[in-house]
Ligand binder design. Sequence first.
Ligand code: GLU
Ligand code: ZN
Length: 306
Amino acid sequence: MAFVTRFAPSPTGPLHLGHAYSALLAHDMARYEGGSFLLRMEDIDRQRSRPDWERQILDDLAWLGIVWDAEPMRQSERQPAYDKALNDLWLAGLLYPCTCSRRDIEAALSAPQEGVDLPTGPDGPVYPGTCRNRMNWERTFPDGHDRPRDATLRLEVACIGPQHFQHRIDTPDGGWHSYAGYVETGIGPGGAKGLIEFTPDDICKQVGDFVVARKDMGTSYHLSVVVDDAEQGVTHVVRGADLSEATRIHVMLQRLLNLPTPAYHHHRLIRDDNGKRLAKRDDARALAKYRAEGATPQDIRRMVGL
Ligand code: GLU
Ligand code: ZN
């Protein structure tokens, strides 16, 4: 099989050692496999994305010796594709508008079950479903109603039918379970590797109704990444283990949108001297700083353990 991978930075800050590791690893894998390495600028956050950061990122990557095999894709130019995917999900009756603020969600979660450990999904606390029953009529007859444009939209995971889970396992009591799955070659949820499977029940309890479009963006990280990985023909996603919990969301969206599921390789995270993982704001670890101090690309490879 052809090997196509990508590096997908958000141009909201400088690349640091963690990004360098991710980009170099993906690039090395693509070269080793005789495949392609692509770039994608994840600039859906218009407030925080800046062309200056994009230029700096491209410059740092080229300095590292990374060669990309096509013009970088820019998410800010992809809204029509996101709209189409959202329309499909809307017409399938899977979406509902949500007007909850973060504070509303926290209040709804803490009120009845003081002191109980609440399930946390890839995007934080599992959504309590406050807005789920509003506008039910619209969802029963979605084609009679245009998708609301300036609204946050959530996907009702309990509405995903078994036809969207590709495996079916018969149980001894005469019943059956459905599963969806993907291949993980790195660090999956809880460190698992190999075929990762999850059930509709896992999605409901551990992920909950996730956001597919944000009011201020017209899309979301999850939706964009799935639509774009398919458009770029990505066969292997290489990215940090901090995103391995989100992969179930991505696989579910691929199944709902009829898109192929790539293999996933989630890699270890680069940590600072205190064992904390590097964040965008850790300018102290910015590649630009090491470059200014005279480091070579080989030095960077050594620092990240490649
Ligand atoms: N844009 C994301 C980030 O900067 C990466 C998304 C992905 O690789 O799926 O962390
Ligand atoms: Zn809500």
